[in-house]
Design a protein around this ligand. Structure first.
Ligand SMILES: O=C(O)CCC(=O)C(=O)O
Length: 282
C-alpha cells in the first residue's frame, strides 16, 4: 500500500452528522453512510426518467467525444476518446438533466445525508468506453477541488447496469472520517491518493440505482471489459454556503469562491424541504 497522508489544508477535520428526521433512507442506511462513507441505493430513478435523461446526455457526450477525436492523441487532461469522457454542467444544456438533479428521490437523499439546506455543487456525465479499458485511480472527490466544508455528497447515478466488469466504483470504507488526503497526479489517469488498499470493496449497481458516497470516500472505477459503454451521471451536493478554496496545496489558500452560481448551483433542499418544480430557487 502506498503512503497515505493528509492534505496540508486538512488540519482540523471532524466528520459532521446532521440531525434529521429521515424522508427516504432507513436509519440503517444513514448509519452505513456516516460510518462507512458509502451506500448503494437501487431503483432510485424510474426507467422512463433514466431513458429520457440518457438520451439527452448521449447527445452531449457525442459532442465531447467528437471534440476529443479531433485532438492530438484524442485526449484532453484525463479524458480520452475510447477510454473515458467527461461532460461537466449538463444541467446548463439539458432539461432532463436539470429535472434529475432536483428529482424528489435525490432531494430526499440530500436532506437525509447532507442536511436542511443543500445546493447542487457539480454535475458531470462520465462515460467509460470499452475500446481502451483502464482503471480510474483511487481518489477522493475533494482531492480534485478542495471544498469547505470538506464533506459533501456524490450521487453516482448509473444510466446503464454497472457490474464490476463494466467499471463500477470501488470504495474504501471508513477513510472519510479523517478528511481530505493528499493526492498526486498520475498522467494521464488522474489524481490519486493511494495505488491500492486492502479494504477496498466493489459497489456494483443497476440502471437507475446510485452509489452514494462522501466527497471524502476514496473510490476508483475498474476497467470496462464489457462490449458496451458504461454510462454515468455524477451529481454532487454540498451544504448551502460551501466554498472552493483556491491555491496550491504547498501554500496556504489564496482565496475562497462561494458555490452558488444561479444557473447551475441551485438549492435542491431549503429549510428542510425538497424544492419541487423546474425553476431554480436561490
Ligand atoms: O465514473 C468513473 O469511471 C470515474 C469518475 C469519478 O470517479 C469521478 O469523476 O470522480
Amino acid at each position: 500500500m502506498s503512503a497515505v497522508r493528509a492534505h496540508p489544508w486538512n488540519t482540523a477535520f471532524s466528520w459532521q452528522r446532521p440531525s434529521v428526521s429521515p424522508r427516504r433512507l432507513s436509519e440503517a442506511d444513514i448509519d452505513q453512510f456516516h460510518d462507512q462513507g458509502w451506500l448503494v441505493v437501487e431503483d432510485l430513478i424510474d426507467a422512463d426518467t433514466v431513458a429520457a435523461v440518457r438520451a439527452e446526455l448521449d447527445d452531449i457526450e457525442a459532442g465531447v467525444d467528437a471534440l476529443l477525436k479531433g485532438l492530438p492523441d484524442e485526449r484532453m487532461f484525463i479524458a480520452e476518446a475510447g477510454a473515458i469522457t467527461f461532460a461537466p454542467h449538463a444541467v446548463n444544456q439539458s432539461a432532463a438533466a436539470r429535472a434529475v438533479s432536483r428529482h424528489p428521490a435525490i432531494a430526499e437523499l440530500c436532506h437525509d445525508l447532507v442536511g436542511p439546506d443543500v445546493r447542487l455543487y457539480w454535475d458531470q456525465v462520465v462515460y467509460k468506453k470499452p475500446e481502451k479499458p483502464r482503471a480510474f485511480p483511487w481518489h477522493q472527490d475533494n482531492g480534485y477541488t478542495y471544498v469547505e466544508p470538506q464533506q459533501y455528497l456524490t450521487v453516482w447515478l448509473s444510466l446503464t447496469d454497472a457490474p464490476v466488469e463494466a467499471g463500477c466504483p470501488w470504495v474504501v470504507p471508513g477513510v472519510h472520517l479523517g478528511g481530505t488526503l493528499a493526492h498526486d497526479y498520475v498522467d494521464p489517469l488522474g489524481f490519486r491518493c493511494f495505488a491500492e488498499h486492502a479494504d477496498a470493496v466493489p459497489a456494483p449497481v443497476r440502471t437507475g440505482g446510485a452509489v452514494v458516497f462522501s466527497s471524502l470516500t476514496p473510490h476508483m472505477t475498474g476497467p470496462n471489459t464489457t462490449g458496451d459503454v458504461r454510462k454515468t451521471y455524477i451529481l454532487q451536493y454540498a451544504p448551502d454556503g460551501a466554498e472552493v478554496l483556491q491555491g496550491e496545496a504547498t501554500a496556504p489558500p489564496t482565496g475562497r469562491t462561494p458555490q452558488d452560481d444561479a444557473d447551475r448551483q441551485y438549492l435542491v433542499v431549503s429549510g428542510g424541504e425538497p424544492i419541487a418544480g423546474d425553476s431554480p430557487t436561490g
